[in-house]
Design a protein around this ligand. Structure first.
Ligand code: HEC
Length: 278
């Protein structure tokens, strides 16, 4: 009996290890904090303490159900969908987005790929609320995005730049990041190009410090101030609003180009998924 239990233990540990290859997000963040002295990374002691109970983890669990349940007019689950590493393969898929997809001849981010999966594979009408509601912890999108992204926690950002369109999108994103425009003549670098720059109480991340930038681009994240899990597209929209620019189209190439550039800027740094932000 005792012997049997002893034998079972290593097996249980081994199974556990393969089922959870991802590093818990709080450990990823702590690893970064141990590496550099950064006011941005350490600005919210409360968030750091709350990360093991991040409400986004529940959102991701809801997403797990949605992902594996046959849905839509075609009654198929999202396991039939390719997020870049083959149908149903999620581990490490998110840190390699945006990427080029042959079936659409487009570079796509996670949100656009989920739309593609819902409409083309599951057969949802493009006007169905499952497709159109993109924001809020209660939306299918945020739940599915969070679930997929979580399968890359602790893995290094590594969006491929082999296809000419992947390179072109990354370069277009760089242009967008540095181009000054709008009534305030801001570019992204105005607010994200220095260490310890603040707007009121918020310490802003520096794009040129990889350890800070990986946290900056780690979405979905639970935004405590919004009491909701938010996406990358939501963050981009917010920063363009701060620049007093028109609203960016989440289905267009511009937002994806910006993501291609900002992911390339965090290349090699571990993703914190899901994260928690102010
Ligand atoms: C006017 C200043 C300003 C400009 C210009 C600006 N941002 Fe931001 N950005 C912010 C602020 C403030 C936050 C943090 C929001 C908060 O803490 O509530 C932020 C947050 C972010 C984050 C997430 C970091 C985090 O911890 O929440 C990213 C990524 C980001 N911005 C990217 C961009 C990009 C890309 C552009 C250009 C399209 C841009 N920003 C332009 C002020 C700016």
């Amino acid at each position: 009996m005792f012997k049997k239990a002893l034998l079972a233990l290593p097996v249980a540990l081994a199974v556990g290890a393969t089922a959870h290859a991802q590093t818990p997000p709080e450990d990823v963040l702590q690893g970064l904090i141990d590496q550099i002295d950064s006011t941005y990374l350490t600005q919210s002691e409360m968030n750091i303490m709350m990360m093991p109970d991040n409400p986004a983890l529940w959102t991701g669990m809801d997403g797990e159900d949605l992902f594996h349940t046959p849905r839509g007019p075609n009654n198929v689950s999202m396991e039939a969908c390719d997020f870049g590493k083959g149908p149903g393969v999620l581990e490490g898929a998110y840190v390699e987005l945006p990427r080029y997809f042959e079936d659409t001849n487009r570079v796509m981010d996670l949100e656009n790929r989920i739309v593609h999966c819902m409409t083309e594979v599951q057969g949802f009408d493009p006007d169905d609320p499952a497709v159109t509601r993109r924001h809020g912890s209660g939306s299918d999108h945020m739940q599915i995005q969070t679930y997929i992204a979580m399968q890359s926690s602790g893995m290094e950002w590594n969006n491929p730049l082999d296809h000419p369109l992947e390179k072109a999108m990354r370069d277009a994103g760089e242009g967008m990041f540095y181009r000054r425009s709008g009534i305030a003549d801001f570019n992204c670098h105005t607010c994200h190009g220095q260490t310890d720059k603040r707007i009121r109480a918020s310490v802003l991340p520096n794009k040129d410090v990889g350890e800070e930038w990986t946290k900056a681009i780690s979405w979905p994240a639970f935004r405590v101030g919004h009491d909701n899990v938010r996406s990358t597209q939501h963050r981009i929209r917010g920063c363009y609003w701060q620049m007093r620019m028109p609203r960016i189209n989440p289905d267009g190439d511009a937002s994806i180009a910006l993501m291609s550039y900002w992911t390339d800027a965090a290349r090699g740094q571990p993703a914190i998924l899901p994260d928690m932000k102010r």
